[in-house]
Write a protein that binds this ligand. Sequence first.
Ligand SMILES: Cc1ncc(C[n+]2csc(CCOP(=O)(O)OP(=O)(O)O)c2C)c(N)n1
Ligand SMILES: [Mg+2]
Length: 800
Amino acid sequence: MDRPAISTSEQSWREQLPILRELEQKILWLSAWTIHNANHIRPSRDGLKVGGHQASSSSVASIMTALYLSVLRPEDRVAVKPHASPIFHAIQYLLGNQTRERLENFRAFGGAQSYPSRTKDADDVDISTGSVGLGVAMTAFAGLVQDYVELKGWLPRDLKSGRMIAIVGDAELDEGNIHEALIESWKQDIRNCWWIIDYNRQSLDAVVSDRLFAGIESQFMAVGWRVVTLKYGKKLEAAFAGQDGEALRRWIDDCPNSLYSALVFKGGRGWREQLSRDLGDLPGMRRLLDQHDDDALGALMTNLAGHDLESLLEAFHGIPDDHRTCFVVYTIKGFGLPFAGHKDNHAGLMNLDQMAAFRRSHRVADGAEWDKYAGLGLSPKQVDDFLAAVPFSAKGTRRFHAPAIELPAKLPLSISPRMSTQEGFGRVLADLARIGGALADRIVTTSPDVAVSTNLGGWVNRRGIFNRHPREDVFSEQKVVSAQRWQMTPAGQHIELGIAENNLFILLAALGLSHSLFGARLLPIGTLYDPFIQRGLDALNYACYQDARFLLVATPSGITLAPEGGAHQSVGTPLIGLAQDGLAAFEPAYVDELAAILQWSFDYLQRDGSGEDKPGEWLRDIKGGSVYLRLSTRSLEQPERKVGETLRDEIIAGGYWLKPPAPGAPLAIVAMGAVMPEALEAHAQLIDEIPGAGLLAVTSADRLNAGWHAVERARQAGQSHAVCHLERLLAPLAPDAGLVTILDGHPATLSWIGGVRGHRVRPLGVEHFGQSGDIGDLYARYRLDAAAILDACAAACLKN
Ligand SMILES: Cc1ncc(C[n+]2csc(CCOP(=O)(O)OP(=O)(O)O)c2C)c(N)n1
Ligand SMILES: [Mg+2]
């Protein structure tokens, strides 16, 4: 489907050029002033440099003016390169979505954020940025998610499909995750996506290599992107059309990035010297040099398309369709500022004198710095009328709320006497796929090439693979017998990714914000092997930072996947589960626990309580969040029991007594996940000697820990009777009881439990890389077997 023609006619944007040029300067001014105020005017209490990026901001002032004040429509979504945050906030200030107070407090507590943040900023940020590269990729995946919900008919009725736009720093293309996303953009045939590269040829430390961009265009084209290069502005184009103009064009085209940057910094005189030397023999060039004074010559030679609103608007408004498009826009870092082009300008700040001169050049009176109208050659009414009619903000701010999907009272569950949690997960999903209903319809799964090996096969067979171009499963058409049926249709509910964990997490970020970005609630489930969480960890953190909602199923895990060896055996991931904000981590041992956790998760994912943490607000139960399940392929004998309400609540709170201790018991084993049989075996062996010893099954170290920290905060805030789940669990033990903690992962995940009531702890777990073997070999070598537990119990019983 082609997008509807953009309503701004060529005539109307050309008529608006004079006003847009004025506002472009206002936006540049406000961004520079906001940073200056934070660094030089606002008093500092700690002497720390505040920072902000005047040069990086000025580089995109024109691009963002063109976009926000003319090109964008309310349904479009934008990821702004992180260090252009002041430009974004300045635009929102003009549009009435940002307060002066927040700008005055830029980079201060409660003020506008350093980098655009969906969760911390108040001015309608679509996509957070900060860790370079991630926001860029997110726009591609947002395009895919928009297709997913649109083709299912779930976009709200008054919402058109929009463009997902990234304003990209050129050095962001050094990040590998961008190239991973590009390949996926081709596989998924992503549309409605624009990447606008701010090609200022500078990164943080340096001027970028001349060779870097030589291949960029062909890279994009190889994966089906349209590339639009915007190099020179209208003034330079006119000069090129004059006598000897072609020589001038060739000269600039061949000018090394570093020389061009240095000349930009030196200004008109520098240009004159260099051009006289290199091209002064040509009559046309001699005339051009004579006709321009130094200032005019500097302005001409820096007239790149990225600072020429007419060139930008022509290009942006001229895109006729929804094909994915990359704009390579030539710009100058620090354009319009005294350090334009200087290679060290990334963190450069104008000093007081420079700022005073800059203020005068913008005709802003002393004291009128925050005034929206100051220094403009427009009346306040002209400004107000124009801004009130800006299409982008015509519908106000653009956050959606989608109602929660109703959940069945119970998930389908058929437990075999022996099974693994991974198998249990696959079975719940396959049964859901078969039975159907609202929950099953809104689940969307995704996996980086490990759908089958993480037990999603049954689900995919029934629900199919999503692709906007229907494709039959060739093996099945050819009657080749296979357990997997991989038919692709727009109705499919699994998005199969290539092996790139960054893509998995960024897609989960986009899927997990569908309710807010596109008004359509999804319940995304991503699966991968547990150790490879670390491959995409920054992207996972990024997804959580944006408060995206998803279920992450990581399996298999630990040294328990024994023969696979050390490269596939995760050790530190339980600590990630403990520490990652926005992600509730569970590691169940048994499948009935898993079912209770899944049931709870589908509700938790959809909670949307907002606001700050209050003392006494426990865990994130009001706000909701995402969920991480660390599962295993180890088949365990399943307990015969019915999970009633109490046990279910305990499983969700993080643990329960599998073997309750007697009052005053001197010892308990605290075990999590796949090592439960060893814990049970050790417990059975020692119970005669230490009657009353308990065995605590931990289902979530994360939630036990969060509960404890929350209750501590609550007590410090005066709620003296507050008690957490873990304190209640440990209450029957003797005050000087010993605890032996054990998991297939880093021991620090559980060893903190000793601090809750002052018990002595002997922690077991894995601290070193694994290796191939069977479970028996490895549990013995890494001290996870019953013998190790008994040794630790003996040590715990020694009272000193
Ligand atoms: C993952 C990551 N690594 C490092 C940084 C620190 N950093 C911030 S901006 C920047 C360079 C940006 O250069 P470019 O993208 O060209 O933007 P420009 O400032 O030129 O607009 C770096 C290295 C970061 N924000 N994220
Ligand atoms: Mg750059």
